[in-house]
Ligand binder design. Structure first.
Ligand code: ZN
Ligand code: ZN
Length: 352
């Protein structure tokens, strides 16, 4: 099978021939149709997330079940599925309390092999490949009305935004909300805020086209941060700050801005990964304002089916999130376009 292999930090991926994945007893073998191209993949390429080279990136997989392991009872050949959860140990305190997203003993995915015997690791899922084998607990059926392309991004960015609004921000109807960063995650955060009854929904970005997209996904107010200070503007607009603020970039400065723009008793949720380095909170007043600062790690298992239901019911929009698709040979072009802000969300196609 073909797969895109990363050998070194900041180098293009190489399309190579690999042996087919082994299918263990609990596994489903998925013929990958679509795999989303996510900022997390870029972070690995840039060396901000650790990996063992050579490795295969890609984690927003949608495809058809091609084979099942001897003990797999949940799927049959031909089922349309996404990979919606990550590997888990199943026994740590987080796994046992339905917080597998925080698993502290996450097993590494089984390796793959090139035709010459060279071992190739998989980063997280290893979805930039024509086939992927994962334990059945990681796979979820795609409702008939939803296309493979739309479904693939549900496996990461759409459901991460849902987790942020529902579980981390714990948004209540009529609460005021702020989202800084109107890329794929930000737009999804905005559309879930709308579904959950937030008002106003203030979107901040530095690009006018992204602010226009934010409006179409449900933002009631927009602020261009290149023209005015977003913290001052939000505090003025809401008379003291928002109840729930979300950072959807993964940048220390904007993470600080959402904390400063949150009203006393509110919650600032940082969705974008900040990495392990330090970041500065410009005022310690969040302490006496009793502001909760929290983060987000992927999603809880029920989130995937809840989001699929909302998409089927027409309450959220998936189709217009995906602005470009690429054949697998164009994977480096897809990553380049993502890096340069040319995509709302992009997908790569592995078996056409
Ligand atoms: Zn665990
Ligand atoms: Zn992702």
């Amino acid at each position: 099978m073909k797969a895109a292999v990363l050998y070194e930090v900041r180098q293009p991926l190489k399309i190579e021939d690999l042996e087919m994945p082994e299918v263990h007893d609990e596994d489903v073998l998925i013929k990958v149709i679509s795999c989303g191209v996510c900022h997390t993949d870029l972070k690995v390429i840039e060396g901000r997330n650790r990996f063992t080279p050579p490795t295969i990136l890609g984690h927003e997989v949608a495809g058809t079940v091609d084979a099942i392991g001897a003990q797999c009872r949940d799927f049959k050949v031909g089922d349309r599925v996404i990979v919606g959860m990550r590997y888990k140990c199943g026994r740590c305190r987080y796994c046992l309390s339905a917080h597998e997203n925080l698993c502290e003993r996450r097993p590494p995915p089984p390796n793959l092999k090139k035709k010459d015997g060279t071992v190739v690791t998989r980063w997280n899922v290893g979805g930039f490949a024509q086939y992927v084998a994962v334990p059945a607990y990681m796979a979820f059926k795609i409702p008939d009305a939803i296309s493979m392309e739309e479904a693939s991004v549900v496996g990461c960015r759409v459901t991460t935004a849902y987790n942020a609004v529902k579980h981390r921000g714990k948004l209540q109807p009529n609460e005021s909300a702020l989202v800084i960063g109107c890329g794929g995650i930000g737009l999804n955060t905005i559309q879930f805020l709308k579904c959950f009854g937030a008002y106003p929904i203030i979107a901040v970005d530095i690009a006018e086209d992204k602010l226009a997209a934010a409006k179409s996904f449900g933002a009631t107010h927009t602020i261009n941060a290149s023209a005015e200070d977003p913290v001052k503007a939000v505090i003025k607009l809401t008379d003291g700050g928002v109840d729930k603020a979300f950072e959807a970039i993964g940048n220390g400065k904007t993470a600080d801005q959402i904390i400063q723009a949150t009203r006393p008793g509110g919650t600032a949720t940082i969705i974008g990964g900040l990495g392990s380095g330090p970041f500065t909170i410009s005022s310690g007043n969040f302490v006496t304002k009793e502001i909760t600062i929290t983060g987000v790690s992927s999603r809880q298992a029920n989130d995937v089916e809840e989001v699929f239901q909302m998409a089927q019911q027409g309450r959220i929009e998936l189709k217009s999130l995906i602005t470009q698709s690429y054949r697998y040979e164009q994977i480096n072009e897809a990553l380049h376009d993502l890096e340069h802000g040319k995509l709302r969300m992009g997908i790569s196609l592995w078996n056409e």
